[in-house]
Design a protein around this ligand. Structure first.
Ligand SMILES: Nc1nc(=O)c2c([nH]1)NC[C@@H]1CN(c3ccc(C(=O)N[C@@H](CCC(=O)O)C(=O)O)cc3)C=[N+]21
Length: 302
């Protein structure tokens, strides 16, 4: 073949602009919230429950409240001490379940030791489970039925729809098998017609699986796990990870689960961290809250 000149521009993937996409989504949601108010004189309300004082979680929770107001919805914050008992937490959820001003309930995970996340997430009525993590919504997703889809996988799916389009027949690898991201992501990609592989903590050779994949979604919480040579040239890389690292000069920086500087040289499309999946998660939470309000107020579409 033709010789590659050393003056040729090095390849760099196109960046997937999650931040811009999420901002446009939030504007659309605000317009829909306003139309919903005109019809019903009801403003959708989201309750966010944070137990304990993990500083990173507090930042996310504050960001969620800000974006909720930006979309014209009401936000109800419940900051509880780490010493909260499961009984007290379940009591709060019970009140939120029956509160007509609340259309979506989210309990920030992880919960402090002593609180059972399965019991707590399943105490939220399915109609208000805007995280989509309870057994009813998870089961609906697994069966391909309509329901509330978890925000982070939904955000990744919307980015893939926009930037990739038709995914039928593509080889997709999901790295990470959490209930929050990996498993629902695999369900969604399967629904799109991808051939889906899920790699997890016991997988023998994740790198060689990644090298065959057209689409790689990484959600492990292991920072910079995925190296450039794991990526098939031209593949689409969605990085769900977000960790804060402290640099030698004392400043902090956010990094994902993908070694971005390496992967950007091989991928066709890649999400940055920050500015990729994170803002989409929040936009999808707002979308899910508006959709929940519609169904609670108007009944399921028929
Ligand atoms: N029940 C539950 N549902 C969640 O969806 C959930 C949770 N628990 N626990 C914590 C994680 C984390 N999470 C993020 C959301 C937005 C950004 C986000 O907006 N990130 C910005 C940067 C934010 C910054 O500068 O720190 C970005 O990536 O550009 C990050 C992380 C949702 N989570």
């Amino acid at each position: 073949g033709p010789a590659v000149s050393d003056t040729q521009e090095p390849h760099a993937a196109r960046l997937i602009d999650g931040k811009g996409f999420a901002a446009r989504m939030t504007q659309d949601i605000a317009a829909d919230v306003s139309a919903f108010y005109d019809r019903h004189h009801i403003t959708p309300g989201l309750a966010v429950v944070l137990v304990g004082n993990d500083p990173a979680s507090e930042v996310y929770v504050r960001n969620k409240a800000l974006q909720t107001h930006r979309a014209g919805m009401r936000s109800f914050m419940h900051m509880l001490p780490a010493t909260t008992s499961q009984k007290e937490l379940l009591g709060l959820i019970e009140r939120l379940n029956v509160d007509p001003e609340i259309h979506g309930i989210l309990v920030q995970l992880p919960l402090p030791a002593g609180l059972d996340p399965v019991v707590v997430t399943n105490a939220i009525i399915p109609e208000k489970d805007v995280d989509g993590l309870g057994v009813v919504n998870a089961g609906r997703l697994a069966l391909g039925l309509p329901g509330i889809v978890p925000c982070t996988p939904l955000g990744c799916l919307l980015l893939l729809h926009h930037y990739v389009g038709d995914m039928r027949g593509r080889d997709a690898l999901v790295i990470g098998a959490s209930n929050l991201v990996g498993r629902p992501m695999a369900e969604l990609l399967l629904r799109e017609g991808c051939t889906v592989t899920v790699a997890h903590i016991d997988t023998r050779d994740t790198a060689s699986l990644a090298r065959q994949a057209d689409i790689v979604v990484v959600a492990t919480g292991v920072r910079e796990l995925v190296r450039g040579d794991w990526i098939k040239p031209g593949a689409t890389v969605i990085d769900v990870g977000i960790s804060r690292v402290t640099l030698p000069n004392g400043k902090t920086r956010l990094v994902g689960d993908v070694k971005f500087d390496e992967a950007v040289k091989r991928a066709g499309l890649i999400t940055p961290v920050p500015g990729g999946v994170g803002p989409m998660t929040i936009a999808c939470l707002l979308r899910n809250t508006l959709d929940a309000a519609r169904i609670l107020v108007e009944g399921p579409a028929r």
